[in-house]
Ligand binder design. Structure first.
Ligand SMILES: *Cc1c(COP(=O)(O)O)cnc(C)c1O
Length: 388
């Protein structure tokens, strides 16, 4: 069994994907081909954002958004302590200081009460300017935007939605990637909507930021005058080379259609089989609060504290079931932040989660038999490891 079976998905969509790839090869417009614009339009529509700018990956997407806002030296950016490394890496790479904030034990997302405490502390100390919050839609579930936005408005902070794992989620029908002042996502193959390599996208309703983002993605070129044939040779700021290539855009078009037509629904059904099967077995299952909808980038349980996770994983492996630990280390304890102000954070929930979490195999093509087999294996393993 695969943890996330990309091969099954390819087989299901093979005719459309192969045709899309062949089309790009014959046209040979490998960079900025028409599929890129077509995809940006389709993504903006799906998300309900005015602008979508695709880029090379989800990490660049975050850095580019921060750069468009001019965030850098002397600035504090508030980031959940429980997330993939990029969320803290990008503000640091721009010269700012990520301040890590604890998360909710059941949704795994940033705790808005602790966010406000952290913001107050930074403002009180006066060493850094509090500038922005990066909220992460972890494991596919949108963060608590109502409460987080209230904190941002109260303290004049910009809100960046890191929806690298969140594409397809929603709150009361409003899609992920529409909650931040800017939102970003990733098309890394194992994300909810993945391509066949690296890719990313940035969403915003703000015209000025959209122009800036387009410029930063292509070496800071002048996007001011589309009628001036020489404008593209004018580099008016320091940018990056961060583009989604035409092949990836062409692959994403049929994949977005399948995602919207049935994959998102199917993965929710598979997740509900886990939730029903794992009720009352002594583990904590992920909580999706009323009105929230997850795209299930991961299905992450919490093992009882007395269970040895390594042994649990090897028992599961011996039954042919791969499991993963997302995430094993709080961000503020990553060696990269050692000796910086990012290293001092008070995040007991994250610390506990890093000891107990375990992500289970999941994708839209998992069958009920497979999920039942995993559930049975979990129950057996819990009993086995509780006995000795
Ligand atoms: C995967 C991920 C990223 C980075 O995306 P890449 O496309 O791999 O660069 C950023 N943030 C989170 C939360 C992620 O899971």
């Amino acid at each position: 069994m695969q943890f996330r079976d990309l091969q099954r998905q390819y087989q299901a969509l093979k005719p459309q994907i192969d045709a899309a790839v062949a089309g790009v090869l014959s046209a040979s417009r490998f960079i900025a081909g028409p599929e890129v614009k077509e995809l940006e339009k389709a993504l903006a529509e799906y998300v309900g954002a005015k602008h979508c700018v695709t880029c090379a990956n989800g990490t660049d997407a975050i850095s580019i958004a921060l750069r468009a806002w001019g965030i850098g030296k002397g600035d504090a950016v508030f980031v959940p302590d429980f997330t993939f490394f990029s969320t803290g890496e990008c503000p640091a790479d721009e010269g700012a200081v990520p301040i890590f904030v604890d998360v909710d034990q059941y949704t795994y997302n940033m705790d808005p009460v602790k966010l406000e405490q952290a913001v107050k502390k930074v403002i009180g100390e006066g060493k850094y300017r509090a500038r922005a919050v990066i909220a992460v839609d972890l494991f596919g579930l949108p963060a608590d935007y109502e409460a987080i936005k209230a904190v941002c408005e109260k303290y004049g902070l910009l809100l960046l939605e890191d929806a690298a794992q969140g594409f397809g989620g929603s709150i009361n029908g409003k899609p992920a990637c529409s909650f931040g002042d800017i939102a970003t996502t990733s098309f890394f193959p194992a994300k909810p909507l993945g391509c066949f390599g690296d890719g990313g996208a940035i969403f915003t309703d703000n015209d000025e930021w959209a122009d800036l983002i387009r410029s930063i993605c292509v070496h800071g070129k002048d996007t001011g005058n589309p009628n001036d044939p020489n404008a593209k040779y004018n580099n008016i700021r320091i940018g990056k080379n961060s583009r989604l290539d035409t092949l990836q855009a062409a692959i994403l078009l049929p994949k977005l259609k399948a995602f919207a037509d049935y994959e998102l629904e199917k993965i929710n059904t598979a997740a509900s089989w886990y939730t029903a099967g794992l009720k009352d077995v002594g583990i904590t299952v992920p909580v999706v609060r009323d009105g929230y909808y997850s795209s299930w980038a991961q299905y992450t349980i919490q093992l009882p504290a007395q269970i040895d996770r390594n042994r649990f994983q090897s028992e599961m492996k011996s039954k042919g079931i791969p499991t993963m630990v997302y995430y094993a280390k709080p961000m503020h304890l990553q060696i990269a932040f050692e000796g910086t102000d990012s290293a001092s954070a008070d995040c007991p929930v994250t610390t506990d989660l890093c000891r107990t979490v375990l992500s289970l195999p999941l994708d839209p093509y998992k069958t009920k038999e497979e999920i039942n087999y995993i559930v049975a294996a979990i129950k057996e393993t819990l009993i086995l490891l509780s006995e000795n």
